[in-house]
Ligand binder design. Structure first.
Ligand SMILES: C[S@@+](CC[C@H](N)C(=O)[O-])C[C@H]1O[C@@H](n2cnc3c(N)ncnc32)[C@H](O)[C@@H]1O
Length: 152
């Protein structure tokens, strides 16, 4: 955060945003963060929030994770529920490359990672493509006006 302080201060004066690329360790830091916050409680607390979800995952559904980052959460889900198909989408090529590498290391064949800007996804998505959509720590990154993400 310290390295982008000047840019952030400037945004408070003039508006606009600081792009993800300016945060040099952003995705590396995020995966550590979600590893502690989301991954650690995924099975014990988060999945049980939706009644019947775990059973549906076990039966086999199509799941999309928007803003999947380096994909650690989705890879965990894909590992737990081999009958379901998981797709992670994210803006950053760096994040997607890491997500794919982790999936390959784990030998996961039911997860796919796509580099995509989802700013227009409400208009461009194919209706009915997914049965369940997740967003972990990604909604707050979106700008409120004109559907444009922060920094874009
Ligand atoms: C705070 S991070 C959370 C990442 C991940 N879900 C996790 O929990 O580790 C937010 C993610 O949303 C992604 N993102 C932001 N705007 C996006 C857009 N327009 N399209 C796709 N992904 C976007 C960022 O690249 C970033 O990886």
């Amino acid at each position: 955060m310290g390295s982008v302080e000047d840019g952030i201060v400037e945004c408070f004066r003039k508006g606009g945003g600081v792009p993800y690329e300016a945060f040099t360790r952003f995705h590396e830091m995020m995966v550590e963060d979600s590893g502690q916050s989301v991954l650690s409680s995924l099975e014990s607390h988060i999945l049980p929030l939706v009644p019947g979800l775990s059973e549906r995952f076990s039966t086999g559904i199509r799941v999309l994770d928007v803003g999947c980052g380096r994909g650690r959460v989705l890879n965990r889900l894909a590992s737990l529920y081999r009958s379901s198909q998981f797709v992670g989408m994210n803006l950053s090529q760096d994040a997607i490359v890491h997500a794919r590498e982790e999936a390959a290391r784990a030998g996961l064949e039911n997860v796919q990672f796509v580099e995509a800007d989802l700013s227009e996804f409400d208009r461009t998505a194919e209706p009915g493509s997914f049965d369940f959509v997740t967003a972990f720590d990604a909604i707050q990154d979106q700008a409120m006006s004109s559907g444009v993400f922060i920094g874009r």
